[in-house]
Design a protein around this ligand. Sequence first.
Ligand SMILES: [Zn+2]
Length: 159
Amino acid sequence: MKAMKGHDQPRSSSSCAACKFLKRRCIPNCIFAPYFRSDEPKKFAKVHKVFGASNVSKILIEVPEEQREDTVNSLAYEAEARLRDPVYGCIGAIALLQRKMVELQHDLAIARARLACYTSANSTARSDQLCLPPFPELSTCTYWSDIFSQSSSELFSRH
Ligand SMILES: [Zn+2]
């Protein structure tokens, strides 16, 4: 029985997550090593699944060194989004946020209109010398509040 096992094996803990995943030796100037640490194996697995290890290394070689970390973060984010939403990926997330933004801008416009409506209704009530018909404004307020509660309930029901 030989007791050499474990002695001259390359230390797996020194390999980066990419080389560990690809089951190859991590060389000292490995392009992946600074960005895929051995303690984050999932990060490389996801990026590899979506973009492929050789494409990732090609991208990293083309990018200036000071921008590589941002590049890897972007690739990791895009890979994560693509795995979550295989059809739309990041575009799906962007579209969802844009739709939410439009809804919130709509609600904000309604809230502002409602506020303006209350403010003008208050000032009308205080000016006793002017006899303005209060009803059109009041009905406008009701109209806006209906829209407001409707759009809010739509927003909540969607989640
Ligand atoms: Zn490596």
